[in-house]
Design a protein around this ligand. Sequence first.
Ligand SMILES: Nc1nc2c(ncn2[C@@H]2O[C@H](COP(=O)(O)OP(=O)(O)OP(=O)(O)O)[C@@H](O)[C@H]2O)c(=O)[nH]1
Ligand SMILES: O=C(O)[C@H](O)COP(=O)(O)O
Length: 221
Amino acid sequence: MNAKTGGIWAVVPVKPFTLAKQRLAGAFTPLFRQELAQAMLCDVLAALREARALAGFAVITADLQAGRLARDHGGHWLIEREVRGLNAAATEAAAVLAAEGCAAALVLPGDLPAVTATEIDGFIASHGPGRAVSLIPAEDRQGTNGLLVTPPAALDFAFGPGSFARHREGARALGIVPQLHEPERFPGFARDIDTPQAVRRLRGLPPSSSTGRLLASVRCS
Ligand SMILES: Nc1nc2c(ncn2[C@@H]2O[C@H](COP(=O)(O)OP(=O)(O)OP(=O)(O)O)[C@@H](O)[C@H]2O)c(=O)[nH]1
Ligand SMILES: O=C(O)[C@H](O)COP(=O)(O)O
Protein backbone atom coordinates (compact mmCIF):
# COMPACT_ATOMS: atom_id res chain seq x y z
CA MET A 1 0.00 0.00 0.00
CA ASN A 2 1.14 3.52 -0.68
CA ALA A 3 -0.35 6.11 1.62
CA LYS A 4 2.36 8.72 1.17
CA THR A 5 -0.16 11.37 0.34
CA GLY A 6 -1.69 11.01 3.81
CA GLY A 7 -5.45 11.26 3.91
CA ILE A 8 -8.05 9.14 5.63
CA TRP A 9 -7.97 5.39 5.13
CA ALA A 10 -10.73 2.96 6.02
CA VAL A 11 -9.98 -0.46 7.40
CA VAL A 12 -12.39 -3.36 7.70
CA PRO A 13 -11.35 -6.18 10.04
CA VAL A 14 -12.70 -9.51 8.80
CA LYS A 15 -12.33 -12.80 10.59
CA PRO A 16 -12.17 -16.03 8.57
CA PHE A 17 -15.54 -16.59 6.91
CA THR A 18 -15.71 -20.10 8.39
CA LEU A 19 -15.87 -18.50 11.85
CA ALA A 20 -18.28 -15.70 10.95
CA LYS A 21 -21.59 -14.91 12.53
CA GLN A 22 -21.57 -17.39 15.40
CA ARG A 23 -24.54 -15.62 16.95
CA LEU A 24 -26.64 -16.67 13.95
CA ALA A 25 -25.69 -20.33 14.39
CA GLY A 26 -29.01 -21.30 15.98
CA ALA A 27 -30.99 -19.94 13.03
CA PHE A 28 -28.87 -20.39 9.89
CA THR A 29 -26.58 -23.01 8.39
CA PRO A 30 -22.80 -22.57 8.36
CA LEU A 31 -22.90 -22.19 4.57
CA PHE A 32 -25.50 -19.43 4.70
CA ARG A 33 -23.58 -17.61 7.44
CA GLN A 34 -20.42 -17.69 5.36
CA GLU A 35 -22.25 -16.50 2.26
CA LEU A 36 -23.93 -13.75 4.25
CA ALA A 37 -20.63 -12.53 5.72
CA GLN A 38 -19.14 -12.48 2.23
CA ALA A 39 -22.08 -10.67 0.65
CA MET A 40 -22.12 -8.06 3.42
CA LEU A 41 -18.40 -7.46 3.00
CA CYS A 42 -18.93 -6.93 -0.75
CA ASP A 43 -21.55 -4.26 0.00
CA VAL A 44 -19.26 -2.50 2.49
CA LEU A 45 -16.39 -2.58 -0.01
CA ALA A 46 -18.63 -1.19 -2.77
CA ALA A 47 -19.57 1.74 -0.51
CA LEU A 48 -15.93 2.35 0.42
CA ARG A 49 -14.92 2.30 -3.24
CA GLU A 50 -17.57 4.93 -4.03
CA ALA A 51 -16.73 7.23 -1.10
CA ARG A 52 -14.97 10.41 -2.21
CA ALA A 53 -13.45 11.48 1.10
CA LEU A 54 -11.25 8.40 1.52
CA ALA A 55 -7.65 8.23 0.32
CA GLY A 56 -7.91 4.43 0.31
CA PHE A 57 -9.24 1.39 2.11
CA ALA A 58 -8.03 -1.98 3.28
CA VAL A 59 -9.28 -5.22 4.76
CA ILE A 60 -7.24 -6.83 7.50
CA THR A 61 -7.88 -10.54 7.38
CA ALA A 62 -6.31 -13.97 7.35
CA ASP A 63 -9.02 -15.15 4.94
CA LEU A 64 -7.87 -15.63 1.35
CA GLN A 65 -11.31 -15.00 -0.10
CA ALA A 66 -11.83 -11.82 1.95
CA GLY A 67 -8.40 -10.56 0.93
CA ARG A 68 -9.22 -11.19 -2.72
CA LEU A 69 -12.54 -9.41 -2.39
CA ALA A 70 -10.73 -6.38 -0.98
CA ARG A 71 -8.39 -6.32 -3.98
CA ASP A 72 -11.21 -6.95 -6.46
CA HIS A 73 -12.91 -3.82 -5.14
CA GLY A 74 -9.77 -1.73 -5.52
CA GLY A 75 -8.69 -1.94 -1.89
CA HIS A 76 -5.70 -3.41 -0.09
CA TRP A 77 -5.28 -6.64 1.78
CA LEU A 78 -3.42 -6.40 5.07
CA ILE A 79 -2.52 -9.99 5.86
CA GLU A 80 -3.37 -10.97 9.43
CA ARG A 81 -0.82 -13.60 10.40
CA GLU A 82 -2.47 -14.65 13.62
CA VAL A 83 -6.21 -14.36 14.29
CA ARG A 84 -6.40 -12.85 17.78
CA GLY A 85 -9.70 -10.99 17.81
CA LEU A 86 -11.08 -7.71 16.54
CA ASN A 87 -9.07 -5.42 18.83
CA ALA A 88 -5.75 -7.02 17.93
CA ALA A 89 -6.61 -6.82 14.22
CA ALA A 90 -7.70 -3.17 14.41
CA THR A 91 -4.57 -2.28 16.39
CA GLU A 92 -2.33 -4.00 13.85
CA ALA A 93 -4.06 -2.22 10.96
CA ALA A 94 -3.87 1.18 12.67
CA ALA A 95 -0.14 0.68 13.24
CA VAL A 96 0.36 -0.06 9.54
CA LEU A 97 -1.67 2.99 8.51
CA ALA A 98 0.30 5.19 10.93
CA ALA A 99 3.61 3.83 9.65
CA GLU A 100 2.50 4.49 6.06
CA GLY A 101 1.76 8.11 6.85
CA CYS A 102 -2.05 8.00 6.77
CA ALA A 103 -3.65 10.96 8.54
CA ALA A 104 -6.58 9.11 10.08
CA ALA A 105 -8.22 5.70 10.24
CA LEU A 106 -11.89 4.83 9.83
CA VAL A 107 -12.51 1.42 11.38
CA LEU A 108 -15.77 -0.25 10.44
CA PRO A 109 -17.00 -3.84 10.64
CA GLY A 110 -17.81 -5.94 7.61
CA ASP A 111 -21.43 -6.56 8.62
CA LEU A 112 -22.93 -3.22 7.59
CA PRO A 113 -24.66 -4.16 4.31
CA ALA A 114 -26.71 -0.95 4.19
CA VAL A 115 -23.86 1.50 4.69
CA THR A 116 -23.54 4.02 1.85
CA ALA A 117 -20.76 6.13 0.37
CA THR A 118 -22.78 9.22 1.26
CA GLU A 119 -22.81 8.19 4.91
CA ILE A 120 -19.07 7.50 4.88
CA ASP A 121 -18.38 10.91 3.34
CA GLY A 122 -20.77 12.59 5.80
CA PHE A 123 -19.08 10.92 8.76
CA ILE A 124 -15.68 12.06 7.56
CA ALA A 125 -16.94 15.61 6.85
CA SER A 126 -18.09 15.98 10.46
CA HIS A 127 -14.74 14.80 11.89
CA GLY A 128 -12.81 17.51 13.71
CA PRO A 129 -9.31 18.79 12.85
CA GLY A 130 -6.12 17.75 14.66
CA ARG A 131 -6.21 14.86 17.13
CA ALA A 132 -9.81 13.74 17.00
CA VAL A 133 -12.17 10.82 17.60
CA SER A 134 -15.63 10.42 16.03
CA LEU A 135 -17.96 7.57 16.89
CA ILE A 136 -21.17 6.11 15.49
CA PRO A 137 -22.85 3.62 17.80
CA ALA A 138 -24.89 0.60 16.83
CA GLU A 139 -28.67 1.07 16.91
CA ASP A 140 -28.82 -0.04 20.54
CA ARG A 141 -26.12 2.53 21.41
CA GLN A 142 -23.95 -0.22 22.92
CA GLY A 143 -21.48 -1.23 20.22
CA THR A 144 -19.28 0.94 17.99
CA ASN A 145 -20.01 0.65 14.27
CA GLY A 146 -18.03 3.62 13.01
CA LEU A 147 -14.78 4.80 14.59
CA LEU A 148 -12.75 7.56 13.04
CA VAL A 149 -9.50 8.51 14.71
CA THR A 150 -6.71 11.02 13.97
CA PRO A 151 -3.93 9.93 14.00
CA PRO A 152 -4.67 6.26 13.25
CA ALA A 153 -3.03 4.74 16.34
CA ALA A 154 -4.10 7.38 18.88
CA LEU A 155 -6.86 5.37 20.58
CA ASP A 156 -6.76 1.98 22.31
CA PHE A 157 -9.43 -0.06 20.60
CA ALA A 158 -11.94 -1.63 22.98
CA PHE A 159 -14.44 -3.33 20.69
CA GLY A 160 -16.87 -5.85 22.16
CA PRO A 161 -20.20 -5.49 23.98
CA GLY A 162 -20.58 -1.97 25.41
CA SER A 163 -17.65 -0.60 23.39
CA PHE A 164 -19.27 2.75 22.55
CA ALA A 165 -18.91 3.97 26.16
CA ARG A 166 -15.36 2.62 26.39
CA HIS A 167 -14.29 4.36 23.18
CA ARG A 168 -15.95 7.59 24.33
CA GLU A 169 -14.14 7.46 27.67
CA GLY A 170 -10.88 6.36 26.04
CA ALA A 171 -10.95 9.49 23.88
CA ARG A 172 -11.69 11.70 26.88
CA ALA A 173 -8.79 10.14 28.78
CA LEU A 174 -6.55 11.35 25.95
CA GLY A 175 -7.90 14.87 26.33
CA ILE A 176 -9.94 14.57 23.12
CA VAL A 177 -13.59 15.61 23.11
CA PRO A 178 -15.12 12.84 20.99
CA GLN A 179 -17.68 13.61 18.33
CA LEU A 180 -20.59 11.34 19.25
CA HIS A 181 -23.24 10.72 16.62
CA GLU A 182 -26.82 9.57 17.00
CA PRO A 183 -27.32 6.23 15.25
CA GLU A 184 -30.39 7.66 13.43
CA ARG A 185 -28.13 10.07 11.54
CA PHE A 186 -26.20 7.16 9.98
CA PRO A 187 -28.66 4.26 9.72
CA GLY A 188 -26.46 2.21 7.40
CA PHE A 189 -23.63 2.35 9.93
CA ALA A 190 -25.94 1.76 12.88
CA ARG A 191 -27.49 -1.45 11.57
CA ASP A 192 -24.94 -4.21 11.96
CA ILE A 193 -26.23 -7.71 11.47
CA ASP A 194 -25.81 -9.72 14.64
CA THR A 195 -29.18 -11.42 15.18
CA PRO A 196 -31.66 -13.49 13.14
CA GLN A 197 -34.15 -10.59 13.49
CA ALA A 198 -31.60 -8.25 11.91
CA VAL A 199 -31.13 -10.71 9.02
CA ARG A 200 -34.88 -10.85 8.42
CA ARG A 201 -35.09 -7.07 8.33
CA LEU A 202 -32.50 -7.10 5.56
CA ARG A 203 -35.09 -8.37 3.14
CA GLY A 204 -35.80 -4.73 2.33
CA LEU A 205 -32.35 -4.28 0.79
CA PRO A 206 -32.32 -3.58 -2.95
CA PRO A 207 -31.61 -6.58 -5.20
CA SER A 208 -28.72 -4.57 -6.65
CA SER A 209 -26.77 -5.18 -3.43
CA SER A 210 -24.89 -8.44 -2.87
CA THR A 211 -26.71 -9.05 0.40
CA GLY A 212 -30.09 -8.27 -1.18
CA ARG A 213 -29.38 -10.76 -3.96
CA LEU A 214 -28.36 -13.46 -1.50
CA LEU A 215 -31.47 -13.00 0.61
CA ALA A 216 -33.71 -12.99 -2.44
CA SER A 217 -32.30 -16.39 -3.39
CA VAL A 218 -33.02 -18.15 -0.07
CA ARG A 219 -36.04 -18.66 2.12
CA CYS A 220 -35.60 -17.28 5.63
CA SER A 221 -38.39 -18.26 8.01
N1 LIG B 1 -9.37 -9.48 11.24
C1 LIG B 1 -10.19 -9.85 12.21
N2 LIG B 1 -11.47 -9.41 12.21
C2 LIG B 1 -12.28 -9.82 13.20
C3 LIG B 1 -11.85 -10.69 14.24
N3 LIG B 1 -12.91 -10.92 15.07
C4 LIG B 1 -13.95 -10.22 14.56
N4 LIG B 1 -13.59 -9.58 13.42
C5 LIG B 1 -14.41 -8.75 12.54
O1 LIG B 1 -14.94 -7.68 13.29
C6 LIG B 1 -16.25 -7.34 12.86
C7 LIG B 1 -17.25 -7.47 14.01
O2 LIG B 1 -17.13 -8.78 14.46
P1 LIG B 1 -18.07 -9.58 15.44
O3 LIG B 1 -19.42 -8.94 15.54
O4 LIG B 1 -17.29 -9.81 16.68
O5 LIG B 1 -18.12 -11.00 14.68
P2 LIG B 1 -19.11 -11.52 13.60
O6 LIG B 1 -18.51 -12.63 12.81
O7 LIG B 1 -19.63 -10.37 12.77
O8 LIG B 1 -20.32 -12.11 14.48
P3 LIG B 1 -20.31 -13.16 15.73
O9 LIG B 1 -19.46 -14.33 15.35
O10 LIG B 1 -21.75 -13.52 15.86
O11 LIG B 1 -19.76 -12.38 16.90
C8 LIG B 1 -16.55 -8.28 11.69
O12 LIG B 1 -16.18 -7.64 10.48
C9 LIG B 1 -15.64 -9.46 11.97
O13 LIG B 1 -15.32 -10.22 10.83
C10 LIG B 1 -10.48 -11.14 14.20
O14 LIG B 1 -10.00 -11.91 15.03
N5 LIG B 1 -9.71 -10.70 13.17
O1 LIG C 1 -19.35 -2.83 18.49
C1 LIG C 1 -18.36 -3.47 18.78
O2 LIG C 1 -17.62 -3.21 19.71
C2 LIG C 1 -18.04 -4.65 17.89
O3 LIG C 1 -18.66 -4.50 16.65
C3 LIG C 1 -18.55 -5.90 18.47
O4 LIG C 1 -19.77 -5.59 19.05
P1 LIG C 1 -21.02 -6.54 18.85
O5 LIG C 1 -20.66 -7.74 19.64
O6 LIG C 1 -22.17 -5.74 19.44
O7 LIG C 1 -21.16 -6.77 17.37
